[in-house]
Design a protein around this ligand. Sequence first.
Ligand code: PLP
Length: 351
Amino acid sequence: MFRSVLDAIAGYRPSSPVRSPDGRSYQLAANESADEPLPAVVRAIAEAALTVNRYPDNSCAELIAGISGAFGLPEDAVAVGCGSVAVTQMLLAAVAEPGVEVLYARRSFEAYPLLTGFTGATAVEVPLRDGVHDLEAMADALTDRTRLVFVCNPNNPTGTVVGRAALEAFLDRVPADCLVVLDEAYREYVRNAVTPDGLTLLAGRPNLVVLRTLSKAYGLAGLRVGFAAGPPEVIAAVRKTYLPFSVNGVAQAAAVAALRAKDELMARVEGTVKERDRVRTVLTARGWTVPVSEANFLWLPLGDRSVPLAEHLAAAGVAVRPYAGDGVRLSIGSAAENDAFLAAAADFSPI
Ligand SMILES: *Cc1c(COP(=O)(O)O)cnc(C)c1O
């Protein structure tokens, strides 16, 4: 009864919340914003709640206008979806099918193998080199069957980035009939000057799409809004794959309000960036190896010590995301949450 592709798919497994015996709980596992929504966003949500007996605007006109204004994009260059994960699925639905290849790095965002698997396309995984996308090896892995390449910049879960020169050299090598999806879920946290803003790379590239989300810096993980920006021809194809009404009206209203409050939200992001650098400084002073991160999380490449660290932290109520045998991804929370992590990690030996 079931499609054969499901045999190889386990399903997405989010981290479960943890709680210490004395009731403490710190969620540093999902790269969310630690700040509660702004009052203006809560008001927009409350107002939108009054109309949930009606279907939402399927064209998401106000939302697309808001994104267009906030990011300086033409409206026909924007496709929205129920989180950027859904936009990823829409992009795959537009180009992937059995017999074609989808290329991405490993380790990178877990949604890529999962959603590629659903399509029946062949996944081609290229290992990171020193924790960074190996764009030369990825270009070498392109074939005439490759239809889509994901580049996650900064990369989840390593926090590492590729610079403008390397990325442009890569884009120049990808044939025009292969889509490049530059996933910039963490763009707002980047402080390194060599990392390009993908939106500035779109001009003149018929096969480049930039993915953004309102789940991280914009603080709306619970409401599910993401978007793709790219050439109008690609965007028109992607919009066809939209699951009708899947960005609900409350989410649309909240996203519009959050985009209007962009400056205030970016000030919060600055606080997260400072905390990221503080936590990294403390850990490196303790002798931990922590790659420089341009995102709202740190990667702790602990190998076989990864699951033991997660278990050690869980006993203190601190949830992180372990990748068995590889590393631990630590989301940056409020100063108090980060201090709880640092205190709980103080008596853990990283080797
Ligand atoms: C968190 C994240 C997203 C955003 O997912 P949403 O569905 O928009 O919540 C997209 N890409 C990467 C790499 C992420 O880490």
